[in-house]
Design a protein around this ligand. Sequence first.
Ligand code: SF4
Length: 171
Amino acid sequence: PKPLVGVSACIIGQPVRFDGGHKRSHFVDDQLSQWVQLKPLCPEVGAGMTVPRPTVRLRKIGESVRIMDDKNNVDYSDAMHAFNERALPGLASLSGYVVCAKSPSCGMERVKVVQEDGKGAERNGRGLFTDALMKRYPLLPVEEDGRLNDPHLRENFVVRVLIYQELQQLM
Ligand code: SF4
């Protein structure tokens, strides 16, 4: 069977972004989709946010990193953690995941984190959904959409997905 690969819904063209748009990836939607079965998910919609919605970003508060709509001072962290608790157990059959870069929910690396005083920001965060996904399934191959524009990373990802699927079948 084709490996089942999770994907941020907006990168296969679903209009779920904050502005009602998408971030369709030609590679994922047109090419990768021929070799794997894609399972789309939008964690922000899953956590109860509307389309369209105010933008959210990561913000450091004390020792924790929160996901917040700073303009309206709404904290979605609890809703996002609750969504992760609900959704992650059902993703055990995935053999890989392609996430949308830079997103405070889906980004894998270098996501902007606003500092507690609201003045500075560092690019050292990970989206709260992807963070929980990678902690729960530490061996799962995960990549960002933009990185898959690199042919070497593309090939590497597909090979890792196939190996992971083999391992799943042995277990
Ligand atoms: Fe795309 Fe993820 Fe943002 Fe949803 S939460 S719009 S899937 S980047």
